[in-house]
Write a protein that binds this ligand. Structure first.
Ligand code: URA
Length: 264
């Protein structure tokens, strides 16, 4: 054998013992023309079998964009009841997990005026209706002062009330920008389906959602455009409860709303 191997250097006795051992194991004939040296150390370690990770084989599932999802779901709603249904079932906003109730709207959906607040507080979360706590009672008195009410059957005397967010943020914290962005398509569709003549934006959150602007103390009292219709930013009734002196300006804003409705 021309091979340089361990067997080549074996002495007679070792080779004989090896042969006998092979016979002991049942070998009774040599196989093949060329002997195989089974004691040779392989030059290279055997390559590990390549296992293709499942992630490379499985089709890639793109991460769901909650805003795109919300747009698709909201756009599909053909009337307010359907919008409420699909919005309540929407699972991609984490606020839902901590809230007791889904708060959609209250008042007359055919009203000329749509009021948009921030988000349910504790009382609203318990009752499942917007603006039913102290701030809500003040809101009712404010609109009553210009002849409008959430219980009026006549659209010209009614108001329709909703919030940017339908679920209460934990401990009434300010809504996060991504929570607003995720739920904005629902608000947009809500306005389209209710189709009010004008909108009242109560506080900073609806202003940043609908106008992309903050700074309610500068914005209030100036007509803006939200969702393609006239919108009046006003200080939130909760702010007015803490700052009664600001009620004078709020009254001026209410009169501007009344004048605009009369002018139609
Ligand atoms: N504040 C809001 O902005 N909305 C409510 O529904 C209650 C309090």
């Amino acid at each position: 054998m021309g091979m340089e191997s361990a067997a080549e250097h074996m002495d007679f006795h070792a080779a004989k013992a090896l042969l006998e051992w092979q016979m002991e194991l049942g070998a009774d004939e040599p196989i093949g023309e060329v002997p195989v040296n089974r004691y040779e150390v392989p030059a290279e370690a055997p390559k590990p079998i390549a296992v293709t990770p499942a992630s490379a084989v499985a089709p890639k599932i793109e991460a769901i964009d909650p805003v795109v999802m919300a747009e698709a779901v909201a756009e599909g709603a053909q009337h307010l009841e359907e919008l409420a249904e699909v919005q309540e079932a929407f699972d991609l906003c984490d606020l839902k997990k901590g809230a007791r109730n889904f708060v959609f709207a209250d008042g007359n959906p055919k009203a000329n005026v749509m009021v948009i607040g921030e988000a349910p507080g504790r009382d609203e979360d318990v009752e499942g209706l917007p603006f039913v706590g102290r701030a809500g009672q003040l809101l009712d008195r404010m609109f009553a002062a210009i002849g409008l009410s959430r219980t009026a059957a006549n659209p010209a005397e009614g108001i329709y009330i909703t919030n940017v967010l339908p679920w209460r943020p934990p401990s009434n914290r300010d809504p996060e920008p991504d929570e607003i962005s995720i739920m904005l398509p629902f608000l947009k569709r809500h306005v389209e389906l209710a189709d009010p003549e004008l909108i009242v934006l109560m506080g900073n959150t609806p202003c940043s959602a609908a106008l992309g602007r903050k700074g309610i103390l500068r914005l209030r009292g100036n007509w803006a455009e939200a969702f393609g219709r006239p919108a009046m930013p006003m200080t939130h009734p909760a702010y007015l409860l803490r700052n009664p002196a600001a009620k004078r300006e709020a009254w001026a804003d209410l009169l501007a709303i009344k004048a605009r409705l009369k002018g139609k």
